[in-house]
Write a protein of this length. Structure first.
Length: 98
């Protein structure tokens, strides 16, 4: 199983649909350069943008939200030596809530 960052996933979906950056930017009412930065991982989308992108790209919202959340977690923990243990602990705590 290949794990892709949010930006790479969005770029792949956009290209697969034959959409240009400017078309995505117009649909999101934002600058083309910003979408380009999101695709390159230089800028982070917010939750509302992720939901709108799922709509535009005709994919399940959950699919993009999971990748987006994963990116947020990795960004926060990637340099932390205890990241894996912390994630396992968090997983147990979250499972107990749901």
């Amino acid at each position: 199983m290949e794990f892709k960052s949010f930006g790479i996933k969005v770029r792949g979906l956009r290209k697969k649909k034959g959409l240009l950056l400017r078309q995505i930017a117009a649909a999101l009412e934002m600058d083309t350069a910003l979408i380009s930065k999101i695709e390159r991982g230089e800028r982070k989308a917010n939750r509302e943008q992720v939901i709108k992108l799922a709509e535009i790209l005709n994919v399940e919202v959950e699919e993009l939200l999971v990748i987006w959340l994963s990116d947020k977690i990795v960004d926060m923990l990637e340099k932390e030596p205890l990241a894996y243990k912390a994630l396992k602990n968090s997983e147990k705590r979250i499972k107990n809530k749901y």
